[in-house]
Design a protein. Structure first.
Ligand SMILES: O=c1ccn([C@@H]2O[C@H](COP(=O)(O)OP(=O)(O)O[C@H]3O[C@H](CO)[C@@H](O)[C@H](O)[C@H]3O)[C@@H](O)[C@H]2O)c(=O)[nH]1
Ligand SMILES: [Mn+2]
Length: 728
């Protein structure tokens, strides 16, 4: 038997333990990480606060200077009734599936029925879908208008979109004459709607209808949405005194246009369509004023054109105005506005504030432009408007000649080597062509006004699912941040041209995307630190607690007061806080990433069209104010993950404080983080419901639920291993 180590053989241990090498060193390392983790969390916190603070300062400019305007349309009528300027109204549509033709023509009809001399009105429909279905619907609208317009004028109806009117007035209560006509008109409308819907359903035009109008000859078998020649059809020629409605009244001009599309030519989305419209209309009616409408934005007040003209014709200040913009309002907002689409505070305070600096924003729709300023004219002090510009040059051209002449203007190659898209018309290359264009016009010296009348002038369709809302906000915030980082940055481009307050006002929106970073930080780091007992905010007993508490309470009180003063409910305010959070942590964040990647040349500008119809199921849930998640997009995964993370950290944080040796001290140190986590959890309640309780199709899919739980747990555990690793 051999001996090991000699000595007391029986007492010797059967194994031994050696201290790992570098153990001391690792302890030092781990504690530095712990301290540094804390340190970085503090630094991050400081940076986030700094960003919010700076952003808050930027947002103050608009709060300081709101103004409101009041036109006097009787005086206009008294002074200028015979000399009213022509007005061209542009309606844009892009896809007969996403934007149903019946919706589009309701908007067109509401514009045709404006209380304005019909021979001075021209309505142009731009169809980027290049669809004969839309063309057919417009033909139907033209014949229906011969009944609809005199009916509206006779009984002074409001609103004059037939869809909206019949939705609001489903029964007649007035006198007999009225109710008979009402029933007859309603029948005509329903029949027209059915004809259009069934044509849209089968997807092609019956032969007998095709033979009825020469316009259909434009659609041969080769025409597709992305590839076709220019189509311009004057459906009603308002110059023709023989074309009248059933009461013998004149009719406004009505034109259908589908600009040329070729796969090899960039079409620049809506901006491209508008520019083609500007040129085509200059050939046909050439009115000095232009009103822009999206296809869902119907006219809700028949006097709006007159009111707008008051601003432009005002003898003292009218000549300075480049454009007049109205807020975007929506027809389908529910009581508590779950997606925060009504933007009432923005409309009432913020936009009025930027308008106060003479630099109202151009928001793409519901805006009257002076043709000259939109086409690139630079303002000068001696400028005076020439109101008699209506196609005096064109009186001797026939309708067909006008069509042929204007087709050329809508060709792809027309803009080659011109200033269109740069200094003329709407500017290309940005998904918020409207904002950039407005800024460029102001920088050419023109003023712009914001007018928010009591009776809403235009009503559109707000999105009814979360996905669509987030995609829309992504497009906006991306385009806006892109504007900020290119030569159009208001501080540089607008320097010396628009007021500092206006430059700051622009930045309230242009900086949406970057504000996502401090927001993400705020909803992730303080709750995680709470879980690990790291205090980030001042203790209750510290003097520094007071400013924190004050800022928090004052800002929310002010924001509630603003919302209530706009007629929002308290619940709507609370909902707006949620959607604000969701937008900032998803849309804005992705917009930031995409803007950076585009600046690096990795991606190109796109334009995802906002859906305007949904299934009945979805619209029922919208009416009930249940948020529609219903998809496993990356955005809903983020929403769910952040909600889970906050739930975990709140529960973990409470447990930790309850188990602490000095509970009171722990509570004192962590109270603000606890409140923050609690508020985040409360605001996310509908998300938890969609994750665990709801069974309808709008709930969050289970795949997203699992992903979010795993991701949130990982986030909770990761720093735990990191900072506490030394204990084991
Ligand atoms: O290639 C295109 C894409 C869109 N459109 C039209 O542009 C309008 C606005 O599009 P929509 O999808 O409804 O976008 P929204 O998010 O509602 O639009 C807001 O934001 C846009 C800028 O992002 C502005 O252009 C719009 O006027 C403004 O209402 C609609 O009438 C479309 O038919 C086109 O004509 N051609
Ligand atoms: Mn829209």
């Amino acid at each position: 038997m051999g001996k090991e180590g000699g000595g007391d053989e029986d007492a010797a241990p059967l194994f031994e333990t050696k201290e790992g090498r570098f153990r001391g060193a690792y302890k030092v390392f781990a504690s530095t990480v712990f301290v540094a983790g804390r340190y970085w969390a503090w630094i991050g916190m400081f940076m986030a606060e700094l960003c919010f603070g700076l952003y808050w300062i930027v947002t103050q400019s608009v709060r300081l200077n709101p103004v409101s305007h009041h036109p006097f349309k009787q005086r206009l009528s008294y002074r200028y009734e015979d000399k009213l300027p022509g007005v061209d109204i542009f309606v844009c549509t892009a896809d007969p599936k996403i934007e149903p033709p019946t919706l589009v023509i309701s908007t067109v009809l509401s514009a045709m029925a404006y209380n304005y001399p019909p021979e001075k009105l021209s309505i142009y429909l731009s169809d980027d879908g290049g669809s004969q279905l839309t063309f057919y619907a417009l033909l139907e609208a033209a014949s229906f208008s011969k009944h609809w317009i005199p009916f509206c004028k006779k009984f002074m109806l409001e609103p004059r979109s037939p869809a909206a009117y019949f939705a609001r007035h489903s029964t007649v209560t007035h006198d007999i004459a009225y109710s008979q006509e009402w029933l007859a008109i309603k029948k005509l409308y329903e029949e027209m709607k059915n004809r259009i819907d069934s044509v849209v359903e089968i997807g092609k035009i019956p032969k007998e209808v095709r033979d009825h109008h020469k316009g259909f000859l434009e659609w041969n078998s080769k025409v597709t949405k992305q590839d076709h020649q220019s189509i311009v059809q004057i459906i009603i020629d308002g110059r023709d005194k023989a074309v009248v409605d059933i009461d013998g009244g004149r009719l406004p001009t009505l034109v259908y246009m589908a600009r040329e599309k070729r796969p090899q030519w960039p079409h620049h989305f809506k901006a491209g369509a508008e520019n083609a419209l500007i040129r085509v209309s200059s050939e046909i009616s050439n009115a000095p004023l232009i009103l822009n409408l999206d296809c869902d934005m119907y006219a809700n007040d028949s006097d709006t054109v007159r009111e707008a003209v008051c601003f432009f014709m005002d003898e003292r200040k009218g000549h300075e105005i480049g454009f007049l913009s109205f807020p975007q309002n929506f027809d389908n907002i529910t009581k508590n506005d779950i997606y925060g689409c009504s933007c009432s505070v923005v409309n009432k305070f913020e936009l009025a504030g930027v308008g106060g600096y003479g630099a109202a924003l151009y928001c793409g729709t519901a805006c009257f432009h002076r043709r000259e300023s939109l086409c690139g004219k630079v303002y000068s002090k001696d400028y005076r408007a020439e109101w008699e510009t209506e196609a005096t040059k064109n009186t001797d051209k026939t309708s067909n000649e006008l069509e042929e002449a204007s087709k050329v203007l809508a060709n792809c190659s027309y803009e080659k080597d011109t200033q269109w898209g740069k200094k003329m018309g709407l500017i290309y290359g940005c998904s918020v062509e409207d904002i950039v264009t407005g800024l460029a016009i102001q920088c050419r010296g023109w003023k712009s006004l914001y007018y928010n009348p009591d009776r809403k002038a235009f009503l559109g369709i707000a999105p009814t699912t979360l996905d669509v809302v987030l995609v829309q906000f992504k497009r906006w915030s991306e385009g806006m941040f892109q504007t900020f980082v290119t030569k159009y940055c208001p501080f540089i481009y607008g320097h010396g041209k628009i007021k500092l307050g206006a430059q700051m006002g622009y930045c309230v929106y242009l900086l949406w995307a970057p504000v996502s970073l401090p927001t993400l930080y705020y909803v992730i780091v303080p709750p995680l630190c709470l879980l690990h007992g790291i205090s980030l905010f001042p203790e209750v007993t510290s003097l520094w607690f007071l400013p924190f508490a004050y800022v928090f309470l004052a800002r929310n009180a002010c924001s509630i007061a603003e919302a209530l003063s706009c007629g929002d409910t308290l619940e709507a305010w609370w909902n707006s806080q949620r959607i604000w959070l969701i937008r900032r942590t998803t849309s804005y964040f992705f917009a930031l990433i995409d803007t950076i990647s585009r600046q690096l040349g990795l991606s190109e500008t796109t334009f995802v069209i906002t859906a305007k119809v949904v299934t009945e199921d979805v619209s029922r849930r919208y009416e009930q104010e249940d948020i529609e998640f219903g998809s496993s997009s990356i955005m809903s995964t983020i929403v769910a993950t952040l909600a889970m993370l906050n739930l975990f950290t709140l529960l973990g944080g409470i447990t930790m404080i309850a188990m602490a040796i000095d509970r009171l001290k722990a509570l004192e140190q962590l109270i603000l983080q606890l409140i923050l986590a609690l508020l985040l959890v409360m605001v996310n309640i509908p998300v938890y419901q969609a994750l665990f309780i709801r069974h309808d199709k709008g709930r969050i899919p289970s795949s997203v639920m699992f992903k979010s739980i795993v991701l949130a747990s990982l986030a909770c555990l990761m720093p735990f291993i990191f900072t506490h690793g030394c204990i084991f």
